[in-house]
Design a protein around this ligand. Structure first.
Ligand code: GDP
Length: 445
């Protein structure tokens, strides 16, 4: 999980601070020295760290903090506020022209950063907002880039404009905009060519496109796993071609977090989105305050709720509620609820959003294990016949044996699942019985 080590170190520093009733100036200085080390080890740009620590120190050594009842808490609050401000405070959206005009977005980035994937992810987001996006294949050099965009476009149900690899990107961009005009598209997203390293040809090509067509937004895709390299790439692109915002990919990986904390401060340009996985739905709006909260181990309940709202099918939830009340709950319903939870994303990331579940605690939970457990449960249920799933009372030893063989698990696992399921059902029966009893007493029925 991103920021794991940084988060753990900062939480330790804060634990020490909180445990002290009164703080001396020396206590605060020692704590901030540790914060500084933690940030440097997380690969945050050293100038950014210096500036950050100066701002926090200036505020934390002030009279208000030292004489307050909870000085430790005050210091943490200041670190939180300064961290939010470091990442840009405000959440920045992609700037779109009114829907009756064409917004041209140019996507730039080095090869492998995740540009083509992100381009399709963004097209999906814009579609959700009611826009009509057109993807444009301007990367004529990388083998299979056009095909990759076409596959992703199809998944998002967004058309892809391409002219093969024999035309130059400027002409392709111009033709795509004409195509958009005559076919009712209002956002044109140009997927341009990347290179392994920043090089003159690539920059020149991007300049040529920007000179030839009216690009409204230039978005740079950088890979969070590359740390300070990502920050340097962003700085170079911004100085050379001018960018409006950054999308930081692979934040689901084991990144130390330096790029997320340095990009805005070094380039002056905000992070708009973060890539949280390879799936086309794995793109999250970047909220500096929520990110700071996650880094400091204070959780991110808002994102968790939004994920739940986006994924949970209301009709299904109502139906489930009805079945629960009548204790008609079968294995198919169980599978359904499991898949709704899974759609919300990686379990480790979800747990990390709950306040109080800090990264140190997460270490004791093997996330791979819980994901694997979910997969095994799924396999067991899928090996049941539809009758068995709908009517769990049918279960008997010979059925269990067949199911275990079908799912490729030991029979004890099937027994465990059946036992847990039966207990759950019993509890629900009791619960709904009590509820209707109480309601009846109150004269509801
Ligand atoms: P491009 O060369 O910049 O166009 O990069 P691609 O879009 O082809 O992506 C390179 C690799 O990174 C692919 O395997 C993607 O699936 C993967 N990728 C892209 N974004 C993310 C992300 O947010 N998280 C993870 N884990 N992988 C990503």
């Amino acid at each position: 999980m991103a920021f794991e080590s940084l988060s753990e170190k900062l939480q330790n520093v804060f634990k020490n601070l909180r445990s002290k009733g009164r703080l001396t100036e020396a206590d605060v200085k020692t704590a901030l020295k540790e914060v500084k080390m933690a940030l440097l080890e997380a690969d945050v740009n050293f100038k950014v760290v210096k500036q950050f620590i100066n701002s926090v120190t200036e505020r934390a050594i002030g009279q208000d903090v030292m004489t307050s009842l909870t000085p430790g808490q005050m210091v943490i609050k200041i670190v939180n506020e300064e961290m939010i401000s470091l990442m840009g405070s405000e959440t920045t959206q992609i700037d779109l022209k009114p829907a009756n005009e064409i917004t041209v977005i140019l996507m730039a980035g080095l090869q492998g950063a995740g540009k083509t994937t992100t381009t399709a992810k963004i097209a999906g987001k814009l579609k959700q907002k009611g826009r009509k996006p057109l993807l444009v294949a301007c990367d004529i050099y990388r083998p299979a880039a056009i095909e990759q965009l076409e596959i992703n476009g199809k998944k998002q149900d967004v058309p892809v404009f391409s002219m093969g690899d024999k035309n130059n990107p400027v002409n392709i961009a111009k033709a795509a905009i004409e195509h958009a005009k005559t076919n009712g598209f209002n956002v044109v997203i140009l997927d341009t060519a990347g290179r392994l390293h920043v090089d003159e040809d690539m920059m020149q090509e991007l300049e040529n496109i920007k000179a030839a067509v009216d690009v409204h937004q230039t978005l740079l895709v950088v890979d969070a796993m590359t740390g300070q390299d990502a920050v340097n790439v962003a700085k170079t692109f911004n100085e050379r071609i001018g960018i409006d915002g950054v999308i930081l990919t692979k934040m689901d990986g084991d990144t130390r977090g330096g790029a997320a904390l340095s990009i805005k401060a070094v380039t002056g340009k905000p992070i708009l989105y973060v890539g949280m996985g390879e799936k086309l739905s794995d793109l999250e709006q970047f909220y500096p305050d929520r990110m700071a909260s996650r880094i400091l181990g204070m959780g991110d309940v808002l994102t968790l709720i939004e994920k739940a709202e986006a994924q949970i099918d209301e009709e299904k939830a109502k139906e489930l509620n009805r079945k629960l009340k009548k204790a008609e709950f079968g294995y198919d319903d169980f599978l359904d609820s499991m898949s709704q939870i899974k759609k919300m994303g990686n379990i480790g990331d979800l747990l990390g959003m709950i306040p109080g579940v800090n990264s140190a605690a997460l270490k004791n939970v093997s996330l791979d294990d819980s994901e694997a457990q979910m997969k095994r449960t799924e396999a067991i249920i899928l090996s049941m016949t539809p009758q068995e799933r709908a009517n769990p009372d049918l279960m008997n030893p010979s059925r269990k044996k067949r199911i275990a063989a079908g799912a490729g698990v030991d029979i004890s696992e099937v027994n465990k699942l059946v036992k847990m399921f039966d207990q759950m059902k019993k509890m629900m029966k009791q619960f709904s019985g009590q509820m209707s009893g109480k309601a009846a007493k109150r004269g509801r029925f």
